[in-house]
Design a protein around this ligand. Structure first.
Ligand code: ADP
Ligand code: ADP
Ligand code: ZN
Ligand code: ZN
Length: 877
């Protein structure tokens, strides 16, 4: 079904030719795509863009690569699968820069992803200034992740856990009986500890603060574990009497100090929930030995440009480049920028001072410079520093200079992470490769996208092909070639509507992309601007790069929060607002049962600031984030939204199910009786691969159907339960149209642009944007009582302009229902369509963090200092 236009500017031989592609929803597609070109794959969400770009082209390139390796690697191919395509000609090797689905669970950092950290270690090892008498160290001695480099006190963590009286006893006016010791285990175990204290003669009925300090310290901090008789259910007086007459106790109990309980549980529990619970009572304090710098003292005694490697790694990339610039240029005589190290200077002070290029003369502190380097060291220093500065420049060009080198990747947005990898690739000097990217514009302010275009041009310029799956209209306008997939999603898509230079798409009537690309439809939704019903005030907010910000959020309207990447949008909205409002409404800190890794004290830190007027108007807070809805194939769309319950009830009510006494549980793949015994209802078996992430392969017994044969004999309207889970939302809506409790949530899912998802689609296959829209849909079909504040971080990620319109209709519906909606957004059509705009900036990191403009979209479009203004103005025209 190809309609490739004559490929004039490209040589006939320079094409990748695909014949008979049938991966996922692709309908036996033939298409020719030029090499050495910048190609955009467009189409509504679910149309099949990724199935073509990643599922077919990249998958085939990867398969050929594996096949060229070894017989062992060839076995892997059988397990990961071969793309469903007849033939691909002219396909170069491919590198995928895909956005991470779910959260990366490794504790990697900006420095490790970009390999800058290893270069820095080499710099310090070979060209650092060593104290006299100290032998030179190896590069590994500068890594906190190796036994030879790590600080011996904190094992390279940089902090030590502390449990204090204040954290364990938040309200000292309570008695022990009234649970003064909040960190004690809940329920029976807590009562047991209290009863032991009674036996031991402590007063558990007076306020905590009235107990003698010696007693409080023992109860909290003792390492002893005395065993004592427990008289359950007796009053203290009765207990004393029982002890005197040596009565038989209910049992013998073992006492554990409160601190010991917290630390022991944290270290040993298998339950993530328990871990999270006790972590709330722990605070992290900088390790006193390494001062949070994670390295052993010998490594920290080596400096370059006056800074030890631990202090340098805490700086932003901008500041590091500035510090290394003189050495990179071969200048070792002048004091380097930021060449002063004051041990007292806090991380932020140092960062800010250096970031602003401020003078480095902190009066009187020990000023060390680099001029004492030997000639040999200078040569090494210049070469490595030069390389570092150049690599950092590639990152700065992509608008990432504000990131600190030691920032962990789970705290980065998927877009930031992808751009980090992109910048690293630009420096890798590969050529003749196809780079396949997934929405590189995600998370990027239009002012930052120039740099992205340059980076992609650079990849192409060095002889590579760049294939991107994109929704950004500007990106499409700049493409050499567009492959438009559609016309609809899922079964209604899967065809190549057009393949050729962008201009030719204009004539393709069936293309939804063409409508937006050429009709200049700017506003996504037409309605009169609403006036705020009141204001929610935030005062003196401190968080990341926000230093005492005051903000006003209008109530009862739709607000867009804008600003370049790193300006502080998430810090203000997703972090400060969510935390302050959450605390005001008395929310418990979120407990996520399948969260990865232990919580770090750094993540437990809270915002400072307070809510002012308006906070009491809001009754509920809903944060619709992009976190995955589950991490195993066991959670899926149907279970998460709750629509699977009424479906299972329908099956249980069929005559066959009744005659066999099958209840609704029989139709759950989480219950043993009805599910496939081999895969325990997952439909997949896990395959562990040596050099690759774990993959899931279809179950050999049920072939992905999840249920056992007996269960599948039961049908409702001639479909069994596995066939229902295989339906898309749109198909299921037609099938269940007269079952209100099922049709209602399905309708919302379809209206929000998710009609193409299958009901049983495992959570592991969903993108962050899809997870976010599923959460929103689930929220929308619940009845909403009371004024709710909805917060969404870049909800248009992964959405075609046509789907953005659907989403906006839903958000406007919420506002019309009397609620408040705040979205962080880069898409100017959405910003133009909001009632109010708050623009942060002016720049990123320490050059941002202020509210530059706030008002109606028209007001902000006129604001002089706003970097958003020119783009917004264009969208309003
Ligand atoms: P796009 O990239 O255009 O948003 P996709 O290529 O991701 O679309 O999806 C096209 C169709 O294929 C959709 O109906 C989607 O539900 C389906 N699909 C995507 N991934 C899988 C998968 N792993 N298994 C089965 N179907 C899938
Ligand atoms: P935006 O949302 O506008 O892209 P952010 O609020 O994410 O900006 O970032 C503002 C500043 O705060 C940046 O300098 C960023 O590096 C820093 N920052 C954001 N989140 C974290 C975090 N979890 N840990 C450390 N620094 C952070
Ligand atoms: Zn330490
Ligand atoms: Zn199975």
């Amino acid at each position: 079904a190809t309609r490739s236009r004559s490929p004039q500017p490209f040589h006939d031989s320079a094409f990748v030719r695909v014949r008979g592609a049938r991966e996922h929803n692709l309908k036996d597609v033939d298409v020719a795509i030029p090499r050495d070109a910048f190609v955009v794959f467009s189409g509504v969400s679910g149309s099949g863009k990724s199935s073509l770009a990643f599922g077919t082209l990249f998958a085939e390139a990867q398969r050929r690569y594996l096949e060229s390796l070894s017989p062992y690697a060839r076995r892997l191919i059988d397990q990961v699968g071969v793309p469903d395509v007849d033939e691909i000609q002219g396909l170069p090797p491919a590198v995928a820069l895909q956005q991470q689905r779910g959260t990366p669970n490794v504790r990697s950092t900006v420095g490790s992803v970009t390999t800058l950290s290893s270069l820095l270690r080499m710099l310090y090892s070979r060209a650092g200034t060593y104290p006299t008498q100290q032998p030179m160290l190896y590069a590994e001695d500068f890594s906190p992740n190796t036994p030879q480099g790590a600080c011996p006190n904190c094992h390279g963590l940089g902090f030590v856990y502390e449990v204090t009286e204040r954290s364990m006893v938040p309200d000292p006016s309570l008695s022990i009986r009234d649970r003064a010791i909040a960190s004690w285990p809940p329920a029976w175990h807590g009562q047991n500890l209290r009863d032991i204290l009674v036996t031991l003669g402590y007063d558990v009925d007076i306020p905590w603060r009235d107990l003698p300090k010696k007693d409080r310290d023992w109860i909290l901090y003792t390492e002893e574990q005395p065993v004592a008789p427990v008289y359950a259910g007796m009053t203290p007086a009765q207990t004393r009497a029982a002890l005197r007459r040596k009565a038989e106790p209910s049992y013998m109990g073992t006492f554990t100090g409160a601190r010991r309980y917290v630390l022991h549980t944290f270290a040993t529990t298998q339950s993530a929930l328990m871990k999270k619970r006790v972590a709330r009572f722990m605070t992290g304090a900088a390790c006193p030995v390494c001062d949070g710098r994670r390295l052993k003292p010998e490594a920290l005694s080596v400096t370059f440009a006056g800074l030890d490697i631990g202090s340098l790694s805490r700086l932003s990339l901008n500041a590091i480049a500035q510090t290394l610039a003189p050495a990179a240029a071969g200048r070792f005589d002048a004091p380097a920028a930021g060449a002063t190290r004051s041990r007292a200077a806090s991380r932020n002070d140092t960062a800010r001072r250096v970031a602003r290029g401020g003078s480095a003369h902190a009066g009187g502190t020990d000023v060390r410079r680099t001029p004492d380097l030997s000639q040999e060291k200078r040569i090494a220093a210049q070469r490595i520093a030069h390389d570092l500065v150049e690599r950092i420049a590639a990152l700065q060009a992509l608008g990432l200079g504000y990131l600190a080198l030691d920032r962990t990747t789970p705290t980065l947005s998927p877009g930031e992470l992808q751009r980090l990898r992109l910048a690293t690739q630009i420096r890798s000097n590969l050529f003749g490769v196809v780079y396949v990217l997934d929405e590189p514009s995600a998370g990027l302010h239009p002012a930052d996208s120039e740099a992205l275009h340059r980076a992609l041009d650079q990849l192409k310029g060095t002889g590579n092909s760049v294939f991107v799956v994109e929704h950004d209209l500007d990106m499409m306008r700049r493409a050499d070639w567009i492959v438009d997939v559609g016309p609809g999603a899922g079964q209604e898509g899967g065809e190549v509507l057009y393949s050729g230079p962008p201009d030719g798409l204009r004539a393709v009537a069936a293309s939804q992309t063409a409508r937006y690309l050429f009709d200049g439809r700017s506003r996504s939704h037409d309605h009169a601007r609403r006036t705020p019903a009141g204001w929610l005030e935030l005062h003196g907010v401190h968080r990341n790069n926000l230093h005492g910000v005051d903000a006003r959020i209008p109530l009862g309207v739709l607000t867009a929060v804008t600003g370049v990447s790193g300006s502080g949008k998430s810090s203000l909205i997703s972090q400060a607002l969510i935390e302050l409002m959450g605390a005001h409404l008395g929310h418990e800190p979120e407990a996520e049962p399948d969260d990865d890794g232990p919580p770090q004290p750094g993540e437990l830190r809270t915002t400072s600031g307070r809510l002012g007027r308006g906070a009491d108007t809001i009754k509920r807070l809903v944060n619709v984030d992009q976190k995955p809805i589950g991490r195993t194939p066991r959670s899926n769309l149907a279970t998460y939204t709750g629509l699977f319950d009424p479906v299972r009830k329908l099956f249980a009510q069929t005559p066959l199910a009744k005659s066999r006494r099958y209840d609704a549980g029989r139709f759950s793949f989480n219950v043993a009786k009805g599910r496939c015994a081999t895969c325990e209802g997952e439909g997949f078996v896990q395959v562990e691969l040596l050099f690759m992430p774990t993959v899931y392969a279809p179950c050999p017994t049920c072939h992905g159907r999840r249920y056992n044969e007996k269960t599948l004999e039961v049908t409702w309207r001639e479909r069994n339960i596995a066939e229902v889970l295989a339906m898309t939302v749109a198909e299921a809506l037609a099938f269940f149209h007269d079952e209100d409790s099922i049709a209602r949530p399905l309708t919302v899912l379809r209206d929000i642009g998710l009609g193409y998802l299958r009901l049983g689609q495992p959570a592991t296959e969903l993108s962050g944007g899809e997870a976010q829209r599923i959460k929103l849909a689930t929220e929308l079909h619940r009845s909403q009582r009371g004024h709710t504040l909805y917060v969404l971080d870049e909800p248009t990620t992964g959405l075609h302009a046509a789907d953005v319109d659907k989403l906006m209709a839903q958000l406007h519906g919420l506002v019309d229902g009397g609620h408040t909606v705040v979205v962080i957004e880069h898409e100017m059509r959405v910003v133009a369509d909001s009632d109010w705009v708050i623009d942060l900036g002016p720049g990123a990191g320490e050059e941002g963090g202020s509210i530059v403009a706030a008002g109606t979209p028209e007001d902000v479009a006129r604001a002089k200092p706003s970097r958003t203004a020119p783009y917004l103005k264009r969208a309003l025209a």
